[in-house]
Design a protein around this ligand. Structure first.
Ligand code: ARG
Ligand code: ZN
Length: 308
């Protein structure tokens, strides 16, 4: 009897998954993430200097979706057998923290009262002041700050991220930061894509939006592809080859650990135009974080999409 019922349930399930032409339609879970971009400027008018235009911001969200969904016909597509559609998407939040409709969806413009934001000092103002005072509830929004980095310590900085907390993953199972600083910070000269509009403040070869793709990878628990050490150190993903160091530019046939390096991985340090891949194992790590890590799991909006 038990078996019969199970059998009937299966038939029902099957029927409910068929469309008019009787082809089986399967669904996959999409992880959708609401975003707020805090545009930190120094009194410039909208569209000039650090007060970047909404078009530039939208171009960055588009790049994220192209890269994380491995979209055909975009820079984010690849034909590598280890290359994944991560099923993770990003959208600009429509409502503000008090439920108000935002005039510019997902955009919060802030006069930070200074021209440059130094990073790397013991008490740096981004972490101690800017983020805690401007963050929107990180259980409801993925917070991104765009700033003008300055000062000696940040000379080469494009962006940085806060790792997720306690997701139980190798290389991550630690308390990685507090609630009031959660998110990523990106230099405004690297936020957006020069292929999607006329954004003269973007600086090549980091002008295709991949700094944000890389930092979102960290924010979702990914380590650097070279494991931040020599060939003994790994990124805890078996399908990303070992490497002994970061790569720059876009080298071909690079091999530091007796296997061909995946310099096109978003978690390397290569140029924006060189990058086009997250792997299946990296995707699994990010899904684990989105399902188990504090704040990330409250934040994500699950959706369903037919598999074509
Ligand atoms: N945190 C890294 C840096 O500041 C980001 C590197 C991103 N790479 C890129 N091609 N956009 O150097
Ligand atoms: Zn990094």
């Amino acid at each position: 009897m038990k078996q019969l019922i199970a059998g009937a349930a299966m038939v029902l399930l099957f029927l409910s998954c068929t469309n008019d032409s009787s082809e089986t339609v399967e669904y996959q879970t999409i992880y959708r993430i609401p975003v707020v971009v805090h545009v930190v400027h120094n009194g410039e008018s909208v569209g000039s200097g650090a007060n970047i235009s909404s078009a530039q911001i939208k171009s960055q969200i588009d790049v994220l979706n192209e890269d994380f969904r491995k979209m055909t016909g975009t820079n984010g597509f690849n034909q590598n057998s280890d290359g994944a559609d991560t099923l993770i998407e990003f959208f600009l939040a429509t409502e503000g923290p008090n439920g108000e409709t935002l005039t510019e969806p997902g955009i919060d413009r802030i006069d930070g009262g200074r021209a440059e934001w130094p990073k790397g000092f013991l008490r740096n103002p981004i972490e101690t002041t800017l983020k805690p005072f401007t963050i929107w509830d990180p259980e409801k929004y993925f917070n991104i700050w765009t700033v003008n980095f300055g000062g000696f310590a940040s000379r080469d900085l494009l962006g940085y991220a806060q790792f997720p907390n306690m997701s139980g993953l190798s290389g991550l199972n630690v308390d990685n930061g507090s609630t009031d600083t959660d998110g990523i910070v990106i230099g405004y000269k690297y936020f957006g894509s020069s292929q999607k509009g006329n954004f003269p403040n973007l600086i090549a070869p980091f002008d295709l939006g991949r700094t944000t793709t890389h930092e979102v990878g960290h924010w979702l628990g990914l380590r650097h592809i070279w494991g931040d050490g020599d060939c003994q150190y790994d990124d805890y993903c078996l399908d990303t080859p070992l490497a002994a160091e970061p790569s720059y530019g876009c080298p071909t046939n690079k091999m530091t650990c007796e296997e061909l390096e995946m310099v096109e991985n978003y978690m390397d340090y290569t140029d924006d135009g060189c990058m086009n891949i997250f792997t299946n194992d990296q995707t699994e790590r990010m899904h684990t974080v989105l399902e188990t890590s504090p704040r990330r799991k409250e934040l994500v909006v699950f959706g369903q999409e037919p598999i074509y």
